[in-house]
Design a protein around this ligand. Structure first.
Ligand code: ADP
Ligand code: MG
Length: 215
């Protein structure tokens, strides 16, 4: 893979665009089991992130990711802001001082990110949260590395696993976050945060393919 600071910034800009494109969709999902702001939160957060990272001329990917995290924490009011913020801060800590990252770094970043989300939100697999997309994706990445699959294939499988995880959230009851207030009535609805996590994995996959074809 071999992503440099500029590539990471490019991917973050793509995530900003995707959150903008999906603002209504994510908000609609959140209106069914939450307070109808997830799309607004994500697009607002990543818009601020995109502006912020334009100004930082550093090669250290750890610093870039930490800046993303801090910006999300400070601009997003909902539960998702501190959770995604912590995820990016923890991901950055895994690659501190590195100006280039590979798939093993990505696995380490995601392991740290997931641990951070779990520490802050106390959710586990099956609680109908973003963890239901992130954990299957992380498992796919670790499994793909063990099998010696190509980086493109690993990232494709990660996005697919996250998508399957999102589908799975439709059939389960929310045990964490606002949706948990609905109890059994949350069953039958897709989790907004798992959906935004899937969109991030999909964007990473598509952006990496794009970057490879560019050079
Ligand atoms: P809020 O719920 O404060 O309005 P958002 O609507 O932006 O915040 O985000 C809601 C999403 O956050 C949920 O769909 C869920 O995926 C995620 N979420 C909520 N609480 C937790 C938690 N404790 N752990 C992990 N994810 C959570
Ligand atoms: Mg909400």
């Amino acid at each position: 893979m071999g992503l440099k600071a500029g590539d990471v910034k490019y991917i973050i800009d793509r995530i900003d665009a995707v959150m903008e494109e999906n603002r209504e969709y994510l908000t609609e999902l959140d209106s069914a089991i939450g307070d109808a702001d997830h799309g607004i939160n994500m697009s607002k957060g990543f818009r601020a992130v995109s502006r912020k990272i334009k100004d930082i001329a550093v090669e250290d990917i750890g610093v870039i990711l930490k800046t993303v995290g801090i910006t999300l924490v400070s601009t997003v009011g909902g539960a998702s802001g501190p959770l995604y913020g912590t995820a990016f801060i923890r991901a950055g800590a895994e690659v501190s001082g590195k100006s280039e990252i590979d798939i093993n770094d990505f696995a380490a970043m995601l392991t740290g990110a997931e641990a951070g989300i779990k520490m802050r939100g106390r959710a586990d697999l099956g609680d109908k949260t973003m963890i239901d997309a992130i954990e299957p994706a992380l498992d796919a990445i670790k499994g793909g590395i063990d099998k010696g699959l190509s980086c493109d294939e690993i990232l494709r499988l990660a996005a697919k696993s996250a998508q399957d995880g999102v589908e799975g959230t439709k059939n389960i009851q929310a045990r964490k976050g606002r949706a948990s207030y609905l109890g059994e009535r949350s069953i039958g609805h897709q989790d907004p945060g798992a959906t935004s996590s899937y969109l991030i994995f999909k964007t990473i996959y598509e952006s990496v393919i794009e970057l490879e074809n560019r050079y």
